[in-house]
Design a protein around this ligand. Structure first.
Ligand SMILES: [Zn+2]
Length: 158
């Protein structure tokens, strides 16, 4: 994850394209079979160069890369950078849903953010409509208990 970014306190931090590649290699050496990045929280994280590096290094090592991405701008951005899978999801535009469909990207929902987003919706903030639209149009969907992209025996968040 980006140095000082979302959940920095429990993840592997990295800054710059070279460190992103090093972080992936460290995880590969440690036995990871999937790489997760924290692509956003209250702001977009990583530079374009960092995203390109982490996606390239992950794919070069034959692994799947997934991104914690919870709102439209973040989901669209990581899809354009070649991420394979979206963690959590959230409100999405029709264009972003189309990107997911074209790439055959999976969405791995997690109940805790969904519950929080539902609570946001209850007080007037919309977060669920995009996810509902996306899954109803046929975007592959899984839950954390059933990873869909490939078996993930060692999921490491960075
Ligand atoms: Zn996450």
């Amino acid at each position: 994850m980006q140095t000082g970014g979302h959940t920095y306190w429990c993840c592997r931090e990295a800054s710059g394209p070279d460190e992103m590649r090093r972080a992936v290699r460290d995880q590969v050496r440690g036995g990871a079979d999937l790489i997760k990045i924290m692509a956003c929280h209250d702001r977009l994280e990583f530079t374009d160069e960092e995203l390109d590096a982490v996606v390239d290094e992950t794919h070069r090592n034959g692994l799947t890369i997934t991104a914690h991405a919870t709102y439209d701008a973040c989901i669209a951005r990581v899809m354009r950078h070649g991420v394979d899978m979206i963690e959590h999801g959230g409100s999405m535009s029709d264009e972003t849903i189309q990107l997911l469909l074209e790439r055959g990207a999976y969405i791995c929902t997690t109940f805790s953010p969904v519950v929080l987003q539902a609570e946001m919706a209850r007080v007037g903030l919309s977060a669920m409509s995009g996810l509902r639209s996306c899954t109803s149009l046929g975007t592959p969907h899984s839950s954390h208990s059933r990873p869909a992209a490939r078996p993930a025996e060692n999921v490491v968040q960075m």
